[in-house]
Design a binder for this molecule. Sequence first.
Ligand SMILES: [Zn+2]
Length: 179
Amino acid sequence: MNRILASVTTLEQHIDAVNTHPDIYRPLRCPHCEAGRLWGHGCYYRKADRRAVAPQASHNPVPILRYLCPTCKHTCSRLPACIAPRRWFDWAMQTLVLLLILAGSSVRHCSQCSERARSTVRRWRDWLNDRGNTFTFWLQSRFPELGRHPDQPSLWRDVLQNMTLMQAMACCDAHMDVP
Ligand SMILES: [Zn+2]
């Protein structure tokens, strides 16, 4: 889908890009009708800064540039890799929970360690179960050194030791709708 801009990995880089070279976010084609030449269409805001800092030190609200397709009139936008699409918690928290699950922890234990609701832990576990094969197909085609593993958990431990979940999902995003 190319919805994630893999090169932008921090909110500081994102805000700088929005202010100084916003065109890196302009999609080449409309994701709905594939027409080119999208128009800038203002921005919307997300509460993407999850750090526990004073409000004045926070980057919130974080602007996300929006584009309008003059052909089909849909709007679309691309996100920096540091903002996880359609998720409230950030990639780092999700990685922690997934590593615990992959190590064999129970949902209850993961929930206690991460202070996330059990329903959230279950959702992330199911997300990896449902889409893990497709994700690893794209990851292995891009990073052949990931190769040979006896099972998915062992492969995912390898993935998460060698790259961040953010990088892995930015790679998959080039081929599929990640969330
Ligand atoms: Zn369109």
